[in-house]
Design a binder for this molecule. Structure first.
Ligand code: ADP
Ligand code: ZN
Length: 527
């Protein structure tokens, strides 16, 4: 197909004179009958990649999308631009469905949006066989993979659909997919020698910052006081913490409202609307908020709790700075948050999904605890190497961490844990080491252990920080539920006489001069 007609169609139906990066090649590929895997960041113009070919190819294009609300918006927009589009989903009654089916059979529809549930229904495949189908577009294609962060079993029916329809080009689209998920999409959909088009994930105007959660409310207020006039989103895990935080912010004079799935639908719509109109500045929300909202000038996104994984984190922070102006992303992270996430993972039924979720959680924690450029390590997770190496705007780039040799303290901690008969929390271990007179220690007889008081020279916070660091570096295993520490991986430190470096907790160690050498994160511990 000549490229010129692509441009003419682009202008006529969509009003644009140029393609965004990747669009043209993807569209040309599809039009020539090739399968495509398109990984393009949110806002990168994915829908045009199948809408335009749908207009040029004979027949009707099937678009599978999991978000019913978004489907309707898309179809309304298309119809407004003169594109005959329709949607089949569970919200239709019999008569409505019949009307659309008749229009489809008469060839009057060029783009049909369907929900994944519809595909799983028995009558649908045979109905599809009566249509002339031009292409299949699978939106949010990462949902097909059990390795992905939003696995939807209905998506597994897509391969059957593809086989039933026969040889038409398939385009799979997603905004986030790790290399493993990408391969899974290709396998699950049997994409044939696909054109793989991967846009950059780099968001040049976002600055990432990760802080250990100390007094979350104060940290949040300090952060947003730098953004007095700006719009922002604060994510919390639970409905309860959303409500509490919103109330507290309101009391302190912030124009903030809560948003979570437990609130009535019309109230949620109204809140979203007021946010978009700048009637309120801050939305405090669970992850239920943000899907499909398009507010260009969100200036900050704060995670008051650990996000579920880096895929979610990327998407949620991706709602900031759509206008290309600087925007700040702050994540408050406390090691205890891990237990909140594992609590849900442990309740997953499928072992495959559980394993994948743990792997994603560990990658997230490693990212939080990492010392390299946040942007570069986030991109690395999505398989992208970031040529400049560092972004220059994240916390790690702006304040590179220095390291201290923490081997002596690490040995004391591990020795102490080895002597204690049960698994205890970091605070208790620190107290034993520092020779605290706490009643609990006496009651349990732990004041007579060899390591009691052996770490007097260290501060309590310093000991706790070092214990967490040892967990992060894999020397100690953390019992997720009870948040206690036990020593199964500790032996290595003694046996191999390895040296262990701890990140310097700056204010605590001030005035205590020690060897201080910078180390790259990957070499945090060496022999
Ligand atoms: P995605 O699905 O990748 O998040 P959309 O398909 O919703 O992105 O497109 C994001 C925005 O980019 C929309 O407002 C769309 O109109 C716009 N857009 C798409 N293609 C072009 C183009 N070629 N030129 C200018 N704007 C475009
Ligand atoms: Zn950086």
């Amino acid at each position: 197909m000549e490229r010129e007609i692509l441009y003419r169609t682009l202008k006529r139906y969509f009003g644009f004179s140029a393609f965004l990066p990747h669009q043209e090649d993807i569209i040309a590929g599809l039009c020539s009958g090739r399968d495509v895997l398109a990984i393009i960041a949110t806002g990168g113009g994915k829908s045009l990649c199948y809408q335009l070919p749908a207009l040029l190819l004979p027949g009707v294009a099937l678009v599978i999308s999991p978000l019913i609300a978004l489907m309707k918006d898309q179809v309304d927009g298309l119809v407004e631009n003169g594109v005959p589009a329709a949607v089949l989903n569970s919200t239709l009654d019999y008569a409505g469905r019949k009307r659309i089916e008749d229009r489809l059979l008469s060839g009057a529809v060029k783009i049909l949006y369907v929900s994944p549930e519809r595909i799983a229904q028995p009558g649908f495949l045979s109905f599809c066989k009566r249509l002339s189908i031009s292409l299949i577009a699978v939106d949010e294609a990462h949902c097909i993979s059990q390795w992905g962060h939003e696995f939807r079993p209905e998506y597994r029916q897509l391969n059957r659909l593809r086989r039933a329809i026969g040889r038409v080009p398939v385009i799979a689209l997603t905004a986030t997919a790790t290399p493993a998920v990408r391969q899974d999409i290709i396998d699950q959909l049997s994409l044939n020698d696909p054109l793989v088009s991967i846009g950059s994930f780099y968001r040049h105007n976002l600055s990432y910052e990760v802080r250990e959660k100390k007094n979350a409310y104060e940290q949040i207020v300090r952060h947003i006081s730098r953004h007095r006039q700006d719009a922002g989103i604060i994510y919390c895990t639970s409905k309860k913490s959303v409500e509490e935080l919103a109330r507290r912010l309101q009391r302190d004079g912030y124009r903030a409202l809560p948003y979570h799935a437990g609130l009535p639908k019309n109230l949620r719509a109204e809140t979203q609307d007021r946010f978009i109109r700048d009637d309120i500045a801050i939305i405090v929300a669970t992850v239920a908020f943000g899907m499909g909202i398009d507010k260009p000038d969100v200036r900050f996104v704060i995670h008051a709790d650990l996000p579920r994984d880096l895929e979610h984190y990327y998407q949620e922070t991706g709602r900031a700075g759509r206008d290309g102006e600087p925007a700040a992303c702050l994540l408050l992270y406390s090691p205890g948050d891990r237990a909140k996430v594992t609590y849900f993972i442990d309740r997953m039924e499928s072992d495959v999904e559980k394993k994948a979720a743990y792997r994603r959680l560990n990658a997230l924690l490693a990212w939080c605890g990492g010392t390299g450029c946040r942007a570069a390590s986030l991109l690395a997770y999505f398989g992208e190497s970031f040529a400049p190496g560092r972004c220059g705007r994240c916390d790690a780039c702006k304040n590179p961490r220095s390291f201290v040799d923490g081997t002596a303290l690490a040995r004391l901690i591990i020795g102490c844990i080895g002597e204690l008969p049960a698994a205890y929390g970091a605070g208790y271990i620190a107290d034993v080491l520092r020779g605290s007179r706490s009643g609990r220690i006496r009651e349990r007889g732990d004041h007579s252990r060899g390591h009691f008081g052996a770490g007097k020279a260290y501060g309590r916070e310093e000991c706790i920080g070092a214990i967490r660091e040892l967990v992060r570096q894999g020397y100690l295993a953390q019992d997720a539920i009870r948040s206690s520490f036990s020593p199964p991986t500790a032996a290595g430190l003694h046996r191999e006489r390895r040296r262990c470096s701890c990140r310097r907790p700056a204010p605590l160690l001030a005035g205590r001069p020690r060897t201080n050498r910078a180390m790259p994160s990957s070499a945090a511990c060496g022999s």
